[in-house]
Ligand binder design. Sequence first.
Ligand code: AMP
Length: 505
Amino acid sequence: MNANLFAHFLVRSLHDRDRPLLETDIGDIWTNGGLADLSARFAQALVGAGARRGDRIAVQVDKSAEALALYLACLRAGLVYLPLNTAYTPAEVTYFLQDASPALFVCRAGDENVLGDIAAAAGVRAVLTLDADGGGSLMTEARQHVARFDPVDAAAGDLAVIIYTSGTTGRSKGAMLTHGNLLSNGETLVRAWGFTGADVLIHALPLFHVHGLFVATHCVLLAGARMLFHRRFEISLVMRDLPRTTVLMGVPTFYTRLLSEPRFTRAVAAKVRLFVSGSAPLLVDTFSNFEARIGQRILERYGMSESGMITSNPLAGERKGGTVGPALTGVDVRIADSEDRALAQDGIGAIQIRGPNVFAGYWNLPQKTAEEFTADGWFRTGDVGVFDATGYLSIVGRAKDLIITGGYNVYPKEIELVLDDAEGVLESAVIGVPHPDFGEAVTAVVVARPGATLDEALLLAHLKTRLANYKVPKRVHVVDDLPRTAMGKVQKARLREQFATRAKR
Ligand code: AMP
């Protein structure tokens, strides 16, 4: 069979033309046929504008059903979809356009005034626009075409998408994902999470990131399920739609926000069979409070742009808070030492992975790609973790966040867990900042629970009774909020900059 991911969507769901696929938050209903037809017209329009097989199509548009149809159009036409975070500034967009040299750039109407010149300078052939309300020049062009476009024959190894990594630890790199990568991971998740045509998913995640674009959307399209498509996570909309929802996928902040909503009860969530969390660590506190309130355990999973999903707590077996579960079927995960040798269970080390979901490399960076794979073919995720005796993985942090103080390794997570347990602490982030004697000084940044006041000396006393001296932070800074990315990841690089000069000797 044609390995084009779109061809698989067609067979699995989109052929059933009259079946509702997506409902927007203002109640517009898109059938499979409606969305597939728009994708065919878009494919015609993109090819008409000069895009050829293998060309990159950079896209920075607001979330909408039309934006999803544009993704499908690229798959269908053998074009490489390149989504960009809507928060990126023109300066950032310049970097992506120059790096990826796309044939076409699709942006929001209004943005083309600023971005048009940038795109032209980067050699982009044409700039088209698409608005969340369905307006824009791409739409006008698409209307001129008939809704027919045979999916291009693709091999499993052909490129489907380039996703730029969020770059929390350095320059953003374009992860190249193939049709085969995306299909294998989508199928694994449908099976692991028991997706069927009866499922109704609240889709409140952004469409420019692996979580919303692949995990949520592919499960729905491969299982013939339905989605309630929210432009963004808005608690009132989620509360409105929960009674007819079977699955919610979110980042941890979705769950903390739901828990702060008194109307979020067992009765409202009665039909939901699965709450999934990922993209950033879920606090054990949130996991436990959620279970106490709703009577269900959130299923936490772990993945990344370069590979899709890697591990997941089980649908049927025990879900353990503070872990991301065992490896998914077909994905190999090992913990390795600095020489790339597999460690025994209980050893803390680098998480390395292998499997059909692992990407084809970083765009234009063969050297960097080679460095990120071991001699025996495992991909270095850059995360540090440990397996427990039952094969459940816990993430200890990013390798680059590891703190080395006076020659000792300190894993931020260990200290964050102790801090999160202290009275009045809502959440914490532990970083290393330059220090003349120790190389790096362990430094904590904490946020108070609503109504609580935090005292540095008391927090330090709490830490000292529980941690070896070298792990105890030199300073504990209290802030109102931790800086986060759109996907809820704490931006430790920003904290390191902010607190760099404030370490106490
Ligand atoms: P991205 O490529 O933007 O999806 O970011 C991937 C990174 O997010 C991973 O390498 C992890 O560091 C982090 N991540 C994803 N899921 C989890 C999770 N459940 N717990 C902790 N970190 C996570």
